[in-house]
Design a protein around this ligand. Structure first.
Ligand SMILES: [Cu+2]
Length: 158
């Protein structure tokens, strides 16, 4: 009889400690609040072919290397199209990374090279820190006309 009592007490203590450690996990069923990039609804979700308006023109992000962009040095290929969907060649394209929350750009100036067919490579897109980056793409068509600008926004986790 005494032995049975001891076994019962041992079982009870196992059950209690299991319940206790369950509580320590904080597993209440509710997901943790979103933080950082997950909580930033300004960001674009990267996909190859993502397109943004630039006034009467549009700028397509053909791809990014790596894709999606990372903290560090990135490269991109873009395509500039006119309102009729025709490629815009020979434009002066200027790419400026900018962190709107910190009001600063990048220490490195991206290098843009025309490829023909409305496509341009953008190298040395250096994104030094985690957070939301705007990739501002200014297009000055060769034939004149107003400067047009498209903006992509990518959030980088640390
Ligand atoms: Cu910053």
């Amino acid at each position: 009889m005494r032995r049975l009592l001891l076994v019962s007490m041992a079982l009870a203590s196992v059950v209690l400690s299991a319940a206790c450690s369950g509580d320590d996990d904080g597993d209440s069923g509710a997901p943790p609040p979103a933080t950082g990039c997950a909580a930033d609804d300004r960001k674009d979700i990267y996909t190859a072919g993502l397109s943004k308006p630039a006034g009467a023109l549009s700028v397509k992000l053909v791809d990014a290397t790596p894709g999606p962009p990372i903290k560090g040095t990135n490269a991109m290929t873009i395509e500039v199209l006119d309102a009729g969907g025709q490629p815009v060649d020979g434009a002066t394209v200027t790419v400026t990374p900018w962190m709107p929350d910190h009001a600063h750009g990048s220490a490195v100036k991206p290098v843009v090279t025309g490829l023909g067919g409305g496509k341009y490579t953008v190298e040395k897109v250096y994104l030094a820190m985690a957070g939301l980056w705007q990739i501002k793409i200014a297009v000055q068509p060769a034939g004149g006309g107003p400067l047009q600008e498209a903006t992509f926004q990518f959030c980088l986790d640390g």
